[in-house]
Design a protein around this ligand. Structure first.
Ligand code: SAH
Length: 280
């Protein structure tokens, strides 16, 4: 912050002025007028110096808005991790690190960026939302991501959850049904350097057969039942997290596991997600 603005004190200018005045005068002593000028200049510079020291933070803020904003956003992200995520029991260090790293404010519109680290979901357009930070962290921790894995996400939305997963595993496949969201997320993820994310527009009900099987599947829209193609594309020993329930009624976040071909489900907590849509 301090490095981006240099403040000139005016001291050099005062010295130059004195030398110039002294050069013109025959006498080593300053004339009455010169003395007057010096006193006035000293008063003016003194006043300016006083003003700068009193208002230094305002001046630096004004000159470097981007640097200040970056500081505040970083602090917001830090507080999000400590007060919303760690405080509610998320312990996986790799998940906490990813949540501390990914710039969530870039996944919402500019006018919402100051609220990006708040404890709530935010609209991302087309009637959809970016999930509350804690829910993103929770869903990520539950599927136990490991570096060598490949994960499928259904419901790219803003691309935020995909970016978190991309920090943790080798390859992320993400699908979004709304064409505009799919396009914007793909562009943003590329811009942020997430070369290990494949994003596709389409109905996630059918999954991504060509890239299957997946070590984990994260579904971020509430389905009335678990889509059978997703169960099929889950690897042996794999984990899926999915909100299940009617869009108007209570939904439950379910953990689905596949072991020796057998599917088991566990109800984790009541939640509220946007509905899982189907292509016509
Ligand atoms: N994971 C997102 C949250 C998005 S909200 C994020 O981090 O921002 C859920 C998203 O699922 C919405 O964008 C919605 O359009 C999408 N969606 C709903 N039904 C879908 C389907 N059948 N296939 C793919 N995406 C779907």
């Amino acid at each position: 912050m301090g490095e981006c603005c240099t403040l000139h004190t005016g001291y050099e200018m005062l010295r130059t002025n004195r030398k110039y005045s002294a050069g013109r005068s025959k006498s080593p002593w300053l004339t009455f007028t010169q003395r007057g000028q010096t006193i006035i200049l000293t008063l003016i510079f003194g006043f300016i110096a006083q003003f700068i020291s009193n208002n230094i933070s305002f001046i630096v803020d004004w000159g470097c808005p981007a640097a200040i904003a970056a500081d505040r956003l970083e602090e917001g992200r830090h507080l999000m991790v400590t007060q919303q995520i760690k405080a509610r029991g998320i312990e996986d260090k790799t998940v906490l690190r990813a949540m501390s790293k990914v710039p969530r404010h870039l996944f919402v519109s500019k006018k919402l960026s100051s609220r990006a680290y708040g404890d709530f979901p935010l609209p991302i357009g087309h009637g959809q939302t970016i999930s509350q930070p804690y829910i993103v962290a929770y869903m990520t921790e539950v599927v136990q991501p490991k570096p060598h894995q490949r994960i499928l996400e259904i419901g790219t939305g803003s691309g935020y959850q995909a970016a978190i997963l991309a920090e943790l595993v080798d390859k992320v496949y993400t699908m979004e049904i709304v064409p505009e969201l799919a396009k914007d997320a793909k562009i943003l993820l590329k811009k942020l350097g997430y070369t290990n994310v494949e994003a596709m527009q389409g109905d996630g009900y059918y999954g991504w057969a060509e890239a299957s099987p997946f070590d984990a599947i994260v579904v971020t829209a509430a389905a009335e039942f678990i889509p059978p193609p997703l169960l099929k594309q889950l690897k042996e020993g794999g984990r899926m997290i999915i909100p299940v329930g009617s869009p108007l009624y209570v939904q439950h976040l379910m953990l689905v596991e596949k072991n020796q071909g057998r599917i088991t489900t566990r109800n984790l907590m009541p939640v509220r997600f946007v509905p899982f849509r189907r292509s016509k």
